[in-house]
Design a protein around this ligand. Structure first.
Ligand SMILES: [Zn+2]
Length: 315
């Protein structure tokens, strides 16, 4: 009996001790679970957003993004609509921060690109951040209904002919831009008007033939386009006020040269670029390109042919 009481007591003490130990161990476990979840949370928040940028190369669109902290991999997606279905283009490792999309089609199409940085914390938790960009891509050279586009820009010069049936009339955007420019000029005391805008193939034909009859072919070719080769047939070009060299150096010509870029136009046939454009200097002839492109071309100091790397020569 005594022995068995002693045994009971010992067992009880041991049991109590074990319970105390277990309790301690359990609270330790609790603590460590808590600390795990804290570190998981901080891991989650430390995955940063990759910032995506894109550069258009001749045959591809090159995407670059900034490193996302704690990223394990990146996935790159493309979609035709911002909120549309995104197609996965690639999965790359954490040390890759670039991807070239060579698989785009058509001219001046807008695509949305997205890069996802993915971290793996815990067993299989994915933390995803994404960033979407919009980019217009186009083929280097394309023909749509016989009209040539270089880098998405409609071009008509001595190399690139327009079809006889191409008869778009005055381009609405170009005309609106002209009206804006006209009001701005008016505020500066300058009167601008369109002396000659859109010209059809057949009208250009009679115009050129008259000049050819008067001055001969060689001379006529320096200032007038043959039918199908005139920028006026695009509806994107205007002759301002007075299409003659007497317009040069007038206050209107000076205002136009200084300000037309702001409204999306360029002076198309520059001084000293005659051999490249194929035409003598025309202070009055402006071509609509849209604000951002007009600024780029003007800033480059190049004529449109140089800017695009193309020629202007009759065959
Ligand atoms: Zn003109």
């Amino acid at each position: 009996m005594r022995q068995s009481r002693m045994k009971t007591l010992v067992v009880t003490i041991f049991t109590l001790g074990a319970i105390i130990l277990m309790t301690a161990a359990t609270s330790d476990n609790n603590y460590s679970i808590k600390s795990n979840s804290v570190s998981a949370e901080s891991f989650e928040t430390s995955l940063t957003k990759p910032l995506l940028t894109a550069k258009l190369k001749k045959s591809s669109l090159k995407l670059n993004w900034t490193k996302a902290e704690n990223a394990n991999e990146y996935k790159i997606y493309r979609s035709k609509k911002k909120n549309g279905k995104y197609k996965k283009l690639a999965e790359v490792t954490a040390d890759t921060l670039t991807f070239s999309d060579k698989d785009y089609k058509g001219e001046r199409k807008t695509y949305f690109y997205k890069v996802k940085a993915i971290s793996k914390s815990g067993e299989s938790t994915e933390h995803i951040y994404s960033n979407t960009i919009k980019k217009t891509v186009y083929k280097r050279k394309s023909k749509v209904h016989g009209v040539t586009y270089i880098d998405g820009i409609l071009i008509a010069n001595k190399t690139y002919k327009l079809p006889k049936a191409y008869n778009p009339g005055t381009n609405r955007k170009a005309y609106k831009a002209f009206q804006k420019m006209q009001s701005a000029a008016y505020k500066d005391g300058i009167n601008l008007f369109i002396a000659s805008g859109f010209r059809s193939y057949s009208y250009q034909k009679s115009l050129y033939n008259n000049y050819k009859a008067r001055d001969g072919k060689e001379k006529a070719d320096t200032y007038s386009a043959r039918a199908g080769y005139s920028e006026h047939q695009t509806g994107l070009a205007f002759d301002i006020n007075n299409p003659s060299s007497t317009f040069d150096n007038t206050k209107e010509a000076k205002w136009l040269a200084k300000n037309c870029t702001k409204y999306g136009f360029i002076i198309r046939y520059q001084k000293s670029k005659e051999k490249i454009t194929g035409y003598k200097y025309e202070s009055w002839h402006i071509r609509y390109l849209g604000k951002s492109l007009a600024k780029k071309v003007t800033k480059s100091g190049k004529c449109l042919e140089e800017f695009l790397g193309i020629t202007s020569k009759y065959k």
